[in-house]
Design a protein around this ligand. Structure first.
Ligand code: SF4
Length: 349
């Protein structure tokens, strides 16, 4: 593959970003020792979650699972319970499965990208982050922050999210890390540059260590990069939710498999559009308590919360039933819309 950046420019860019990076600017717990397991957990948590939000979850997670061996023998339920509130629960399931796989093959997280990518749940980005940040290997990373910095520096014209832009970005990041003297400092520096200086809105170009190399700044309109992708419409849905009580206990359904939010305790749904675990014909709605709005990936969902009773029909095809008090629910992984619905129900639920 031809170089994305002329070698001299790559060396200069890398060296400016590395010298600018200061690990003390943001006190992050995994930066203390760069323990590979900690770096892995932090990278998985930080995907789709802001770092400030992820930090307390990270502390609780590694306090309970201090190393790969402890995580590998933990129950998935406990792992998901500690993940509750972070969303995108597939990440937690894959991390757990990945920990088991690593323990089965000797217990050491590999340091090279190819072997890391063979671990379940570790994709191109996470492999690059672990190899470079934990092991200081010259492996590229491309995330949203790196995308913004690179697209602006090089005025890349392909739309954000396109395959063409992705190829260019990975090649660019590969050239830069190959020219760097500390992949750990370079990659973290690029990500921090995107987070604090080369921000989506109002980039602080005057404080930028690579401003003299920047095409978007020269063009006078840095915010115009990366070029926007065509908007993807989100889907609006209305989903009835049923609160079925037996004394203090409430009925929850848990489905297996790899579907959206599988393995978690859900309130029964009145349609199967969102969650395959409950059969609508089993429930007789009684009183509509109100509705809550919730966004799940591309779906904007309005949940209508109903009190309901069970009909005398076979439960075949439903997920596992759990009858839990509100207290017991706190120890079982459940999505945040469940908490919203129970809060809406108040004492009437
Ligand atoms: Fe981003 Fe401005 Fe720096 Fe260019 S000069 S990389 S637009 S902060």
């Amino acid at each position: 593959m031809t170089s994305a950046i002329p070698p001299r420019r790559a060396r200069e860019l890398a060296s400016h970003v590395e010298s600018w990076f200061d690990p003390g600017r943001r006190e992050l717990p995994w930066r203390r020792h760069y323990d590979p397991y900690h770096v892995w957990v932090s990278e998985v948590m930080a995907q789709q979650t802001r770092l400030e939000v992820a930090v307390p979850y990270f502390r609780r997670f590694v306090a309970r699972f201090p190393d790969l061996a402890t995580l590998a023998v933990a129950s998935l339920d406990e792992v998901l319970a500690l993940w509750s509130g972070l969303g995108y629960y597939r990440r937690a399931r894959m991390l757990h499965e990945g920990a088991r796989t690593v323990m089965e093959s000797g217990g050491a997280l590999p340091s090279d990208v190819e072997s890391l990518r063979a671990v379940p749940g570790i994709g191109r980005y996470t492999a690059g982050a672990i190899a470079s940040i934990a092991f200081d290997r010259p492996a590229p990373v491309v995330d949203g922050n790196v995308t913004r910095v690179a697209a602006r520096l090089e005025t890349m014209e392909d739309p954000n999210g396109s395959g063409a832009l992705q190829r260019r970005l990975w090649s660019w990041a590969g050239d830069l890390v190959a020219a760097s003297s500390s992949p750990r400092a370079l990659n973290q520096g690029l990500m921090e540059l995107g987070a604090f200086v080369c921000r989506p809105r109002k980039p602080r170009c005057g404080d930028c260590p690579v401003r003299r190399f920047c095409g978007a700044r020269r063009a006078g309109d840095p915010e115009a990069w990366p070029r926007p992708k065509p908007a993807k419409a989100s889907v609006a849905m209305v989903v009835p939710l049923y609160l079925v009580r037996d004394g203090e206990r409430i009925l929850f359904i848990r489905s297996a498999g790899d579907a959206l939010m599988a393995g978690m305790a859900h309130l029964p749904h009145g349609t199967r559009d969102l969650f395959a675990g409950s059969r609508a014909d089993r429930f007789r709605p009684l009183e509509r308590l109100g509705s809550i709005r919730h966004t799940i990936t591309q779906r904007r969902v309005e949940f209508e919360v109903w009190t309901a009773t069970l009909r005398e029909v076979a439960a075949e095809g439903s997920g596992e039933e759990l009858w839990l008090t509100r207290e017991e629910l706190t120890r079982v992984a459940h999505p945040s819309y469940v908490r919203k619905a129970l809060a809406l129900a108040g004492d009437r639920g």
